[in-house]
Design a protein around this ligand. Structure first.
Ligand code: ADP
Ligand code: MG
Length: 252
C-alpha cells in the first residue's frame, strides 16, 4: 500500500467548501516556520504529497478539515506541518492560574491527535519527535494496555502535543491529569477505524467535555480512509464550515 512517490502529482484531489485556499506546490511557499523546514529537509521530504499540498494551506488558514485519503498518502505530515509551524511561531500558551496551586499536576496540551491503536499512535508520536526537534514543543503519547503511572510521569514533564488513543485519554481526563482548556487543534486520525473499534462514546466524551471552554478557538481536523454515514455524522457534529478533501479514489 501507499503512494508511488514518482508520479503522485497525477493523483486526483477534490476540494470543496467555502473559499477553499489554493494548494501549495512545495514546502517553501507559503513559508512554513524555518525550524520546521529544517526538520522537513532533515527527514528528506523533498516535496509535499497531494494531501499535504491541500491540507497545509487549508489548516494554516484556520479552517476545519475533513480529509479522505488512502493509507500511505502522507496524512501525518498533512496535519503535523501546519499545526507545528503555527505552534513554533506562537510559543507556549500560558498555563491557567489553577495549575500552580492545584494538588494534581495536569498537562495542558495545545494539540491533541486521536488515533485508534497503540501502533498508530506510536507512529504519529515518532513523526512528531522528528519534526519537533530543537523546538519548544514537547510531544507525548498515551495508549491503553500500558502502565498509566509511567504515562502520567511523562505528561508531568510537559506535554504540548498529545497523541492518544481515545480510551486512555478519556481515562486521564477523568483522573484530572489532562486539561483540554488550552487546546487549539484536535485531530481525529483514522476516524473510520476508531468508530469500527467502538470508540465513539470516548471520542464524544473528549470532544464534548466541559473541560474545553475554548471550543470556538479550536480547529478540528478529521482524517479517514472512507466516508460512511457515521463519519458524516461526526463531521456534522464536530466541524464548522469545513473544507472537504478527497484524495484518489475514496470508498464509502
Ligand atoms: P498515511 O497517514 O496517509 O497512511 P503517512 O503519513 O504515514 O501516511 O506517510 C506514509 C509514508 O510516507 C511515511 O513513511 C512517511 O514518512 C512518508 N512521507 C510522507 N510525506 C512525505 C513526503 N512529503 N516526502 C517523502 N516521504 C513522505
Ligand atoms: Mg496515518
Amino acid at each position: 500500500s501507499g503512494i508511488n512517490f514518482d508520479n503522485y502529482d497525477d493523483i486526483p484531489v477534490e476540494a470543496s467548501g467555502n473559499d477553499v485556499p489554493e494548494p501549495i506546490s512545495d514546502f517553501t511557499s507559503p513559508p512554513l516556520d524555518e525550524l520546521l523546514l529544517e526538520n522537513i529537509t532533515r527527514a528528506r521530504f523533498t516535496k509535499p504529497t497531494p494531501v499535504q499540498k491541500y491540507s497545509v494551506p487549508i489548516i494554516a488558514a484556520g479552517r476545519d478539515l475533513m480529509a479522505c485519503a488512502q493509507t500511505g498518502s502522507g496524512k501525518t505530515g498533512g496535519f503535523l506541518f501546519p499545526v507545528l509551524s503555527e505552534s513554533f511561531a506562537n510559543g507556549p500558551a500560558p498555563v491557567p492560574e489553577q495549575a500552580s496551586n492545584y494538588y494534581i499536576k495536569k498537562a495542558f496540551p495545545t494539540a491533541v491527535v486521536l488515533a485508534p491503536t497503540r501502533e498508530l499512535a506510536t507512529q504519529i508520536f515518532d513523526e512528531a519527535k522528528k519534526f519537533t526537534y530543537r523546538s519548544w514543543v514537547r510531544p507525548c503519547v498515551v495508549y491503553g494496555g500500558a502502565d498509566i503511572g509511567s504515562q502520567i510521569k511523562e505528561l508531568n514533564r510537559g506535554c504540548d502535543l498529545l497523541v492518544a488513543t481515545p480510551g486512555r485519554l478519556s481515562d486521564l481526563l477523568e483522573r484530572g491529569r489532562i486539561s483540554l482548556c488550552n487546546i487549539k487543534y484536535l485531530v481525529l486520525d483514522e476516524a473510520d477505524r476508531m468508530l469500527d473499534m467502538g470508540f465513539e462514546p470516548q471520542i464524544r466524551h473528549i470532544v464534548d467535555g466541559c473541560d474545553m471552554p475554548n471550543v470556538d478557538n479550536r480547529q478540528t481536523l478529521m482524517f479517514s480512509a472512507t466516508f460512511p454515514v457515521d463519519i458524516q455524522h461526526l463531521a456534522r457534529d464536530f466541524l464548522k464550515d469545513y473544507v472537504f478533501l478527497s484524495v484518489g479514489r475514496v470508498g464509502s
